[in-house]
Design a binder for this molecule. Structure first.
Ligand code: NAD
Ligand code: GLY
Length: 358
């Protein structure tokens, strides 16, 4: 088993990476817990619910299952309320532990519920998609979507541990694997040129879920994310670079309706657009724009964005947590492995939209 430590002002906790971690979940529950609520969805529950609950039952504590509808379109207040309804009607107290068993949608909503239920209860992340294993389960960002903007309502709230079972990826649809790989290559682009080159060399192994390649990619991604959130938990500066591709990507997600494109697909395409903008306004090498486009395509993500109309694109991108005083700020790159955040002229963004959308 691989262990990566996350140290933040909001909490220190381990990320455990290995096979069959789901069967060892009882080891992660604090002895003073009064009850456990597994928050999941019907897809994940059918695959892993019983195994997770059997492991948790070994603690001797009451184990409750809360199933939310599956999908990004349900990452909203209504689903969040289903969690509170179940917790309250089953009389779960302040010493309960919530277990997020699922992808990033379940993880973000369970984390938000844990942050606010009785002003805060403990929660465990058990991410079952590649995207959730390399990104959303680590670092304590929790949220629901608003019809006007992605992840607009939420909290920073750290889990007590992240349990990554690499075997569960074998049931993941190929499209979801590709979406997760978008967040993997993102770390190379913003922080680690060697990891970027390694991803270029291993793209096909990663898509085929070669166990060694995937374990290394998860580990390196978690290490890089832990470094960033350890320095800037609440995104007062550095952490914003983790949003490379997200300003464009979130506009695709909310513009087309949540769920039309997968989050990772939108981020992958958004990274191509951010690379184009970086070449125009930040001196990013044009040859490297082509490398970004090629790797995004190689991992199986789209590289041409939908034509929402430039005015609508700009409107949608305004609703972003990085926007300040009405000025949209983008994560840009000066070279592979070096990213920063800054505003860009609307004309430059329009020029990028004109050549990256169809
Ligand atoms: P998701 O949670 O919708 O999961 C994708 C699909 O895979 C779902 O249908 C799910 O039921 C299914 N699934 C999950 N595990 C499976 C398995 N092992 N086998 C088969 N099917 C499985 O999507 P996601 O890509 O995991 O997460 C995307 C969400 O994460 C977005 O809402 C995004 O905003 C959020 N996110 C948050 C952060 C953060 O820092 N908190 C970072 C990145 C993304
Ligand atoms: N996924 C962006 C972040 O965690 O900051």
């Amino acid at each position: 088993m691989i262990v990566v430590d996350v140290d933040t002002p909001g909490g220190n906790y381990p990320i455990h990476i290995g096979s069959r971690r789901i069967d060892a979940l009882d080891q992660c529950i604090p002895t003073d817990a009064t009850a456990i609520a597994v928050v999941t969805n019907p897809t994940v529950a059918a695959l892993y619910g019983e195994r997770a609950e059997a492991a948790l039952a070994r603690t001797g504590k009451r184990v409750l299952r809360i199933e939310l509808p599956d999908g990004e379109a349900y990452k909203d207040w209504e689903s969040l309320n289903l969690i509170f309804d179940a917790l309250l009607s089953n009389r779960l107290d302040r010493r309960c532990v919530l277990v997020a068993l699922g992808g990033g949608v379940i993880g973000d909503m369970t984390g938000f519920a844990a942050a606010v239920y009785m002003r805060g209860v403990r929660f465990l992340q058990v991410p079952t998609t590649l995207l959730a294993q390399v990104d959303s389960s680590v670092g304590g960002k929790t949220a629901v979507n608003h019809p006007l903007g992605k992840n607009m309502i939420g909290a920073f709230y750290q889990p007590i541990a992240v349990e990554i079972d690499t075997e569960v990826l074998n049931t993941l649809p190929a499209r979801e694997v590709s979406a997760g790989l978008a967040e993997v290559i993102k770390y190379g682009l913003i922080l680690d040129p060697d990891f970027w080159t390694w991803c270029e060399d291993n793209a096909q192994k990663l898509r085929a879920l070669d166990p060694q390649a995937v374990a290394y990619a998860i580990r390196r991604s978690c290490e890089l994310k832990a470094q960033v959130v350890g320095k800037d938990e609440r995104e007062s500066g550095l952490r914003a670079i983790l949003n490379l591709g997200h300003t464009f990507g979130h506009a695709i997600e909310s513009g087309l309706g949540y769920g039309a494109w997968l989050h990772g697909e939108a981020v992958g395409c958004g990274m191509v657009q951010a690379a184009e903008l970086s070449a125009d306004v930040a001196g990013f090498d044009r040859a490297d724009v082509q490398r970004v486009r090629a790797l995004v395509a190689d991992i199986g993500c789209p590289v041409v964005a939908p034509d929402l109309g430039a005015d609508r694109w700009l409107d949608l991108m305004q609703v972003d947590k990085k926007t300040e005083g009405g000025s949209i700020r983008y994560v840009l790159m000066s070279r592979i492995g070096e990213a920063f955040m800054r505003a860009a002229p609307d004309d430059a963004v329009r020029a990028v939209l004109a050549r990256t959308t169809q």
